[in-house]
Design a protein around this ligand. Structure first.
Ligand code: PEP
Ligand code: MG
Length: 556
């Protein structure tokens, strides 16, 4: 038995025989074209258009995120810079086949060197190159295997076009040797609930037909497993299936400590789906998403209609709405100037709302009216709060305008560091780990080249979470988490160990987080959190937490 390791997506586990994606097409020789540059250009343009339309067509059939991904890939195929690179080679006398492979390889190199998010787009580019080459040669593009029985799909990295249309009755799990947690394979696997481990060193040596266990929770692929391991794996898969099918229970730790599990939403339309997946309410409603394309500030009436629709979907439940968080990655035309050098550090969130107070007043009035007309338990919070003064300002204004429960987001390190004083002036805090990580690590959350620094597992980020958790416990006030970190099943346990009292996430993550929390007591969660806090960096914090969590499993 050997264990290969990589990044697991979700908590699933599966086992079965390997089937590999077929090898890439043979590389063309660099022999001079006999047809001439213009004819070769026409062949290239035709093939690229065929490939782009086919990608769009697959996207339309798949829908959802897959459609966005495939449409982006079709745009890559028709990227004018790439076409110029190909044309330059054709003008030098190359064949279209060789020019495509060579120009795409040069572009791939650039992306790989950029690293992070861009680096992980390299697989998309390889797939486009293979499809164009196949069309030029009049052969089928390399694609998914069809062994005639369910299989564990092994690939270097899956093309989005293939991941989007995976037959989930046939594909038991996906293992890739390349790609990281933000590759398109990972994004789509997460959305479709496919058991997947990506970036697995040694995956290239797996052979067709050999049986493996794919353990996403532990980021492991076990080759040559023993009978006992196979049985343990299928027991775990069954337990997970049973947990997913069981009547939905409120989030809680193994000792019964309640941890409310809430949904992050950007539109009232997502409410029904969130309720179906067991959301106990809403932990973050991003109101700015409703008005991203608006030129003018929305009226009280328009807002009231949207908020009423949202609140009606959660009778008797908590719904936390965030006042407009305009700026940086989410600029609103009616609130932001576009001439700041560093918009993430500029007039955004509560700063711009305070300057344009009428817009904030209108929003709070619309929210209070919607609250009065419905039965939900409305809480409203301010984004990007950095100071006690901002906290008092927002809380007082919200109360003045009829909001019963007002709080602040903790996304700026200053607010986390003086959370005790912040919480003295407001009713709750909700930690936005996406921005808190960005500002703690000084790493732009939109920039692929610094993505490695953007991990909420970093002990510096965890220490700030602890500061807020401790202040909340001392003041007897709730501390929620509403950044992406809450959707990571193990990190969710750590966050509760650091003092979070509720977790809010994309609804698709609720089942895995609910199951993960149910396995640990509060004492376990605190011990696991201490292990992560004591680590040197994000990767070792995760390993330390995993080791501390396993210790508990062995003792049980
Ligand atoms: C956050 O920053 O973690 C957060 C939840 O807010 P947003 O992602 O909308 O900035
Ligand atoms: Mg934020």
């Amino acid at each position: 038995m050997t264990t290969l390791t990589g990044s697991g997506i979700g908590l699933g586990i599966a086992q079965g025989p390997v089937a590999r994606v077929s090898d890439p097409l043979p590389k063309p020789e660099n022999t001079p074209s006999t047809a001439g540059a213009e004819a070769e250009k026409a062949r290239f343009r035709t093939s690229v258009a065929v490939v782009a339309r086919e990608l769009e067509d697959r996207g339309a059939r798949a829908g959802g995120t897959a459609q966005d991904v495939l449409e982006a890939q079709a745009m890559i195929a028709e990227d004018p810079t790439l076409a110029e690179e190909v044309d330059a080679r054709l003008d030098d006398g190359a064949t279209a086949e060789w020019a495509v492979v060579d120009a795409f390889a040069a572009f791939r190199e650039m992306l790989t060197q950029a690293g992070g998010y861009l680096g992980e787009r390299a697989a998309d580019l390889d797939d486009v190159a293979q499809r164009v080459l196949a069309d030029l040669r009049g052969v089928a593009a390399p694609g998914l295997p069809q062994p005639g029985h369910p299989y564990v799909l092994v690939a270097r990295d899956l093309a989005p076009a293939d991941t989007a249309l995976l037959d989930l009755d046939q594909v038991l799990a996906v293992v890739t040797s390349d790609g990281g947690p933000t590759s398109h394979t990972a994004i789509l696997a997460r959305e479709k609930g496919i058991v997947a481990v990506v970036g697995v060193t040694g995956a290239r040596d797996l052979t067709d037909g050999e049986t493996v266990i794919v353990d996403a929770e532990n980021g492991a692929v076990v080759t040559d497993p023993t009978e006992a391991e196979l049985t343990a794996a299928s027991d775990r898969a069954e337990a997970r299936k049973a947990a997913a099918a069981a009547p939905l229970k409120p989030g809680a730790l193994a000792d019964g400590t309640a941890v409310m599990l809430l949904a992050n939403l950007g539109s009232p339309d997502g409410a029904a789906g969130a309720v179906e997946l067991g959301a106990e309410g809403v932990g973050l409603f991003r109101t700015e998403f409703l008005f991203l394309s608006a030129d003018e500030a929305p009226t009280v009436e328009d807002q009231q209609a949207a908020y009423t629709k949202l609140l009606q979907a959660f009778p008797g439940q908590k719904v936390v709405v965030r006042a407009l968080d305009a700026g940086a990655d989410k600029p609103l035309k009616f609130l932001n100037d576009d001439d700041e050098d560093n918009p993430a550090l500029g007039m955004r969130g509560i700063r711009i709302l305070r300057e344009r107070e009428q817009i904030l007043r209108d929003q709070l009035t619309a929210l209070a009216n919607a609250d009065a007309a419905t039965d939900a338990d409305l809480w409203v919070m301010a984004p990007m709060v950095a100071t006690v003064d901002e906290t008092r300002y927002f809380t007082d204004l919200a109360h003045e305008l009829g909001i019963r429960t007002a709080g602040v987001m903790v996304e700026v390190p200053s607010a986390a560091l003086i959370a005790d004083r912040i919480l003295a002036h407001t009713e709750f805090a909700s930690i936005g780990t996406n921005d808190l990580t960005q500002y703690t690590m000084a790493a732009d959350r939109l920039l692929g080249s610094v993505a490695a620094l953007q991990s909420p597992w970093h002990p510096a980020v965890l220490q700030l979470v602890r500061s807020v958790g401790t202040a909340g416990a001392d003041a007897g006030k709730p501390v929620g988490i509403c950044g992406e970190a809450a959707a990571d099943p193990l990190l969710a346990v750590v966050l509760v160990g650091l003092g979070a009292t509720s977790l809010s996430m994309a609804p698709a993550a609720l089942a895995d987080v609910r199951l993960s929390l149910s396995q640990y007591t509060l004492e376990d969660a605190q011990r696991i959190a201490r292990a992560a806090l004591a680590a040197d960096d994000a990767a070792s914090a995760r390993t330390a937490a995993r080791d501390a969590a396993e210790k508990k499993e062995k003792e049980a």
